[in-house]
Design a protein around this ligand. Structure first.
Ligand SMILES: [Zn+2]
Length: 379
C-alpha cells in the first residue's frame, strides 16, 4: 500500500483512453471505529457517481467501466488501512487500471470522474517529501538505496575488483600495491558516480546522502561532481558488513529530517522578512485565510500543531475564523472544526505549495503564514 516514486509516475501517465477514470481520496484513521466511518464515507462518495454509471447518454463501455469501478473500489477499501493519512484510488476498469496508494497526510475526501486522473491533492501532499538517494560506499562495493517518505529500498549494488590480498611474493613493492589499490578504488568511485549521475539526471531524486567507513566517505565525496555535490545534504559512518537496513534507514532519516527542519526555518524567516519589508506576505491566521480566499498563496507555512475552528463559504470558498455571513457574497457561512485543514486543501487546489513547520519557530504563535503571489486588498 506504501506509495513509491514508480507508482506516482505511473499514476501521472494514466489516461482513460476514452473511458471515464475515477479518482477518489479519503482520509484514513487506522482503528476499528475510524475504519467503519471510512467505509460509510466511501459508500456515500460512490453513491454520488452511481447515477453516471446508469446514464444512457454515456456509451455502454463507459457505463460498464464505471459500474466495475464502483464495485471494485468499495470492495478493495474494506481492507483496513494501517497508518493514518489518506487513501487515494485511481480506477478505470475498462482499461484494466486500478491504483490504490496510501498518502502520509490527510486530504479532503472527494471523488472525481474525468478523462484524466485527478492528481493535484496527491502531488500537494507528496510535494513535502524528499526523494533521497543514499549511497553506501565501501572498497569495491557501492550500495544505492532509495528513501521516500518512510520507506527504504535497495536499488542496486555495484561491485568492482579490489586488491584484497596483495601478493608480495610476486615482487610488487608495498607502495606499488597501495598505488594499484588506490587506482582500483578510483575506478570504482568513478563508476559509482556515473551511476548516480544517471539516476539524478532522470529527476528521480532530490537529495543525496553518503555513508561508509570514516576513511572512505570523505575521499568519495571529493570525487563528486558539482551537480551531485549540490544535492548532498550530509554523510554518516557505517560499516556495510555489519549495518542492517534499519540502521541505514535511521541514519538517513536523521539527515533528511535535519535538512527539512532547516528549510522549514528558512521559509518562516522568508515569510517574516517579506512581511517586514512590505513584500507580498501574510503572517497570522486571519491574514493567511484571507489570502487563501483570494487564491493569493504561493507557499503556505502552517505550524505542525496548529488546529483552529473556523467558517467557510461554500459558494466562493471564503475562509475565516468566525462570522455569520460571507463578506464576499452575503451567503451564510458553514462552521468547520479545523479551518487549517480547509486552508491547506484550498492552497493545493489553487496550485500553491504547502509546508508543515515541525520545529518550534516564530510561526507557532501565529499558526500560519504565507508567501503571496500579489499584494492583498484590504479585508
Ligand atoms: Zn461567499
Amino acid at each position: 500500500m506504501m506509495i513509491t516514486q514508480d507508482q506516482v509516475d505511473r499514476i501521472l501517465r494514466l489516461d482513460g483512453n476514452g473511458l471515464p477514470l475515477v479518482s477518489l481520496y479519503i482520509p484514513a484513521e487506522p482503528d476499528r471505529t475510524g475504519h467503519r466511518a471510512l467505509l460509510t464515507r466511501v459508500a456515500s462518495l460512490l453513491d454520488r457517481i452511481r447515477p453516471l454509471a446508469e446514464d444512457r447518454s454515456l456509451e455502454h463501455a463507459a457505463r460498464l467501466s464505471l459500474r466495475d469501478d464502483i464495485a471494485k473500489i468499495g470492495k478493495s477499501l474494506e481492507e483496513e488501512p494501517h497508518r493514518p493519512g489518506a487513501v487515494a484510488v485511481f480506477s478505470c476498469s475498462g482499461n484494466g487500471v486500478y491504483e490504490q496508494v496510501w498518502l502520509p497526510r490527510s486530504t479532503r475526501e472527494r471523488i472525481v470522474v474525468d478523462a484524466d486522473p485527478y492528481v493535484r491533492p496527491m502531488l500537494g501532499v507528496l510535494d513535502e517529501y524528499y526523494r533521497t538517494c543514499a549511497v553506501i560506499v565501501d572498497k569495491g562495493t557501492g550500495q544505492v538505496w532509495e528513501h521516500y517518505i518512510d520507506e527504504a529500498r535497495e536499488l542496486e549494488t555495484i561491485r568492482d575488483r579490489t586488491l584484497r590480498k596483495p601478493n608480495y611474493a610476486a615482487g610488487l613493492a608495498e607502495d606499488r600495491v597501495r598505488n594499484k589499490a588506490d587506482e582500483l578504488s578510483k575506478r570504482h568511485y568513478r563508476r559509482l558516480i556515473g551511476e548516480l549521475k544517471q539516476l539524478f539526471g532522470t529527476g528521480r531524486f532530490d537529495l543525496l546522502v553518503v555513508g561508509g567507513h570514516s576513511h572512505e566517505v570523505p575521499v568519495f565525496i571529493e570525487f563528486l561532481p558539482r551537480e551531485l555535490r549540490d544535492r548532498l545534504i550530509g554523510s554518516f559512518t557505517v560499516d556495510r558488513e555489519t549495518a542492517t537496513p534499519a540502521d541505514i534507514k535511521q541514519k538517513v532519516r536523521e539527515l533528511v529530517s535535519d535538512h527539512a527542519h532547516q528549510e522549514q526555518r528558512q521559509l518562516v524567516g522568508e515569510i517574516l522578512e517579506a512581511r517586514a519589508a512590505r513584500r507580498p506576505g501574510a503572517v497570522g491566521l486571519d491574514e493567511t485565510l484571507w489570502a487563501a480566499s483570494l487564491a493569493a498563496i504561493r507557499t503556505l507555512a502552517v505550524d505542525e500543531d496548529a488546529v483552529a475552528p473556523g467558517v467557510v463559504c461554500d459558494r466562493d470558498g471564503l475562509l475565516a475564523r468566525s462570522g455569520k455571513t460571507c463578506p464576499l457574497c452575503g451567503e451564510p457561512l458553514r462552521e468547520v472544526p479545523d479551518i487549517i485543514d480547509e486552508l491547506t486543501e484550498t492552497v493545493i487546489d489553487d496550485g500553491g505549495e504547502v509546508r508543515h513547520i515541525e520545529p518550534e519557530t516564530e510561526l507557532r504563535a501565529h499558526q500560519a503564514g504565507a508567501l503571496l503571489r500579489f499584494e492583498l486588498p484590504p479585508q
